[in-house]
Structure formats: structure tokens, C-alpha cells
Write a protein that binds this ligand. Sequence first.
Ligand SMILES: [Zn+2]
Length: 270
Amino acid sequence: MKTSTSPLKFNDKADFKKAVHKQRKSRKAALVAKEVQASAKIDAYRTDLSGGVISAIALSPIERKAYYDLYTSKAAEVLGIKKSVIDLYGGMKLCPYCQIDTHKDLDHFYPRSVFPELSISSQNLVPACSACNTTYKKTKWGNGNSRSFIHPYFDAVPDVQFLFCTVSLLPGKLYKISYWLKRDPLVSTSVFGLISRHFIELNLEVRYIAKASSEEVPKIARIIEGYASYDDRLRELSNFVNQQCVANLKNTWAHAFHQALSPHMGLICR
Ligand SMILES: [Zn+2]
């Protein structure tokens, strides 16, 4: 999970206007018919987001299709919007929703099937991994008056730890791993509710366990196998675990996993 907002800058309304007016005649007519309302919706994006609830504008079936298809238009203006979002994320390799996989898709935070008027709003386009985009998030965005997902650009997630991990050692050097959330008193119940829904809807516990089991557990085994004495193993493993705790931000699966290993170091090295 991301723990800070992004400093992205947007010029969505101007980009939208340019893109609409470069479309072919039939599609342009349908877009222009609701241009004022769509533009107002783009303008109100952050206000709607912070209110937690957003309503789609009324569109006829033809207008709905025109707005939905605007995203796949080959017009230079539309391609430019997509490219600008990806370029702004150049230095950020991991999907901001899960921090597990690299981002290869562009997700519509508010799905374009429900909010086609936001189909080319860069505020609404989030580079995401395929699992988050197409397996878990899909066309979900909220439930009743509550949003289901942390918005990577606009939601300020508090800089306190809320993601924790528990590791138990089982016979045969097997690891039983679980992840859980705990509310710090500095985090409001409403923000913690959003964090919890995000965690559940994206199936993050299962995905974090899979990641820790497939990537970190084998690294630990290699360290243990590489040293003959208990003291050497303990020293090397402690160094590795401490490095991983520092290198990974709190509220990432890796940080929580390595933090959870601390009580078990002696047993692991035996
Ligand atoms: Zn993801």
C-alpha cells in the first residue's frame, strides 16, 4: 500500500476539450452534447473523491458509447494523456494499489463502464498491475457511501504502521504466514475503514503471503545453507532481516514480513 500522495499535476479539462474536438464527426457530436457536464465532472473529481461518493452524469446509450470509446481513440491528444500519466510514473515501478507487481496496465480508478465521462481524465488513470486491474478491482469502486480503494494520487494514508505480519515456524522448516491490519490511534476510523476495504477487495493478504513465501522464504533458506556455524548463520540472517526492514517502507508486505521474523531468528538458525 502506498503511504503518501503523489505530486502529479493535471490539466484535465483542457486536455479533454482538445481530445473531444479532434474526434471524427459522428462521435464528436455525441461527446459535444454532454461536454459541459463531463467537463464539470472532471473539474469536481477531487471534491467528489474526498466526499467518498460520486454520481455519473446522465448519458444516452450513444453518448455513453462515445465517452467509453474515447479512451481507445488513436487521436494524438488521447495518446498524449495516457503517455503523460505513464511518464509521470517513470520512477515508480510497483503497482501503487498492491506494491507487489510492476504496473503494466492503466486502470480507471472510477471504472469507465460506470463513469465513461472520466475515461480520459488523467486524475482517473492509474498505472496498475494486471492482477489489481483485471482480477480484483475490475469495475468496483465503492459500496454505498464508501469508496473501496485508496486513491494513489489523492488519499493521504497516515505515516504510521497499520500493516502487520505474523510468522509461525512449523515442522519441516515451513512458515505459516498471516497478514493483518491494526488501527493506530492516530488513524481515524473512517481512514482505517478505507484501508481495510482496500486490503480485502484486492485480496492482499493472500497475495502478500504468496509473495513472501515465494521470494523471501527461499532467500532465508539460502542464507542458512551458506554458513556452517550457528553464530555465522544468526549474524548473516540478522543483517539481512534488518536491511530488509530498513529498505522497505512500513505498510509494505516485505517490511511487515521481516519485522515478524525477529522473534524467530534463533530457531531459524538452529
Ligand atoms: Zn497491483
